[in-house]
Design a protein around this ligand. Structure first.
Ligand code: ATP
Length: 389
């Protein structure tokens, strides 16, 4: 989002911010989950996840009566100040976006940015979530990857469409199966208080379709609110014409949740020649190791020579080195952790200065000259998935 867009800059804002920021944003008043409890099993449900029939009949998904709905604010608070009397209640940010809005003018002026432009940030967010399920899908402390794109008010709908398409493409580019991705458009009655248009990217997790990213046309709501509450002018002065308050298109993705979806999407157990093979079919750009260097055996100087290769490849690629157990078991170990390529240094390597490179996905093995290994890896990563597109 930053490196490949000349009009987007990276940013890192504070986690603790003045409470007025959260009043202006609407979080103090509106960042609420409505919860109900099954009066028999004591299980809790988010009211908005119940069906219309369940709400009308006031019954839980287990068929038992529900308690009265209760509001819960999702923000964590702490206090700032040396004494109890003088301390002030502050909030841990529940999203990274507001840190970008309140710094909008600083960033725009110091980076000399002209509309349209974006500010992106990756960082921790905290929410006092009441329901946890499904591993790291929902946690109290998680990371977000957000980008706020500032545009002229007459161009908001155009840019909203633009970012929707680009963000969907992002998931395809990191190798996620297209059949497991879809948009969920918000109906007018589903829209958050700040949104003019909104759409989520949904992924088909093993536990059902769920949101991974929200894309919102936030109109000029945020900068108008922060201008009013801070008494600072956050309008933009174009080279020609009147100044105005920019509109914002937001792309808000969960990094932690994306890790879960990448793992779910990549994991498979296949049958190969009568035995099961567990594979994490990660895109090479996401795999923890790009290549594993494996001497065929430890003895006869193979391990030492393979180690030399490993040390030189490590300067350019993330590499694993493994000498223990049979070569077959070591291949399977790398398959399980998603390493796309394995390089084997064998007896022939001593005389022909070549190695065998095995591909995780196809199990294809090729003999590659040592001086061509870097080119082989780089071509493999660059063209990965192109044939299947
Ligand atoms: P949900 O409906 O799942 O609670 P949300 O609509 O409140 O999500 P946003 O406020 O739009 O989520 O946040 C943007 C992204 O941040 C979400 O799409 C999700 O990927 C991630 N996210 C939000 N809350 C959590 C959480 N508690 N744990 C992990 N990721 C989260």
């Amino acid at each position: 989002m930053v490196q490949e867009h000349e009009n987007i800059v990276g940013f890192d804002s504070a986690i603790l911010m003045h409470p007025t920021v959260w009043k202006a944003s609407g979080h103090v008043g509106n960042f609420i989950d409505v919860m109900v409890e099954d009066t028999i099993t004591k299980e809790r449900f988010r009211y908005d996840t119940l069906s219309d029939v369940q709400r009308e009949q006031n019954l839980s998904p287990n068929g038992n009566p529900l308690s009265e709905p209760k509001n819960f604010n999702l923000m964590f608070s702490t206090s700032l100040g040396s004494t109890e009397e003088s301390s002030m209640k502050v909030y841990l940010r529940p999203e990274t976006a507001q840190g970008i809005y309140v710094n909008f003018k600083n960033v725009q002026q110091t980076s000399r940015l002209k509309l349209p432009f974006g500010i992106a940030q990756v960082g921790k967010a905290f929410r006092n979530e009441l329901l946890f399920k499904n591993f790291i899908f929902r946690t109290c402390e998680f990371e977000q990857m957000e980008m706020q794109f500032f545009v002229h008010p007459q161009e908001d709908t155009k840019w909203f469409e633009h970012w929707k398409q680009l963000r969907m493409q992002y998931y395809k580019d990191i190798g996620i199966r297209e059949s497991h991705l879809r948009f969920h458009e918000h109906r007018p009655d589903e829209l958050a208080h700040y949104a003019k248009e909104a759409c989520d990217v949904f992924y088909h997790f093993p536990f059902g379709w769920n949101e991974i990213e929200g894309i919102h046309n936030r109109s000029n709501f945020d900068l108008t609110q922060h201008s009013e509450f801070s008494k600072k002018d956050l309008s933009y002065q174009p080279e020609e014409g009147e100044k105005f308050i920019p509109c914002i298109i937001e792309t808000s993705a969960g990094l932690t949740r994306t890790v879960l979806l990448v793992l779910c999407d990549a994991y498979r157990v296949e049958e190969i020649e009568g035995s099961a093979r567990t594979v994490l079919q990660l895109h090479p750009r996401l795999a923890p190791y790009t290549i594993a260097v494996l001497p065929l055996v430890k003895k006869d100087g193979l391990a030492e020579r393979a180690k030399q290769l490993f040390l030189s490849l490590q300067k350019e690629y993330s590499c694993a080195f493994d000498v223990n157990t049979s070569i077959g078991k070591r291949y399977r170990r790398q398959d399980e952790i998603g390493t796309p390529l394995c390089l084997t240094y064998d007896y022939d390597s001593l005389t022909d200065s070549s190695v065998t490179i095995r591909q995780r996905d196809t199990l294809k093995q090729e003999r590659v000259a040592i001086h061509k290994i870097n080119q082989y890896i780089s071509d493999y990563v660059k063209t990965y998935g192109v044939d299947n597109a």
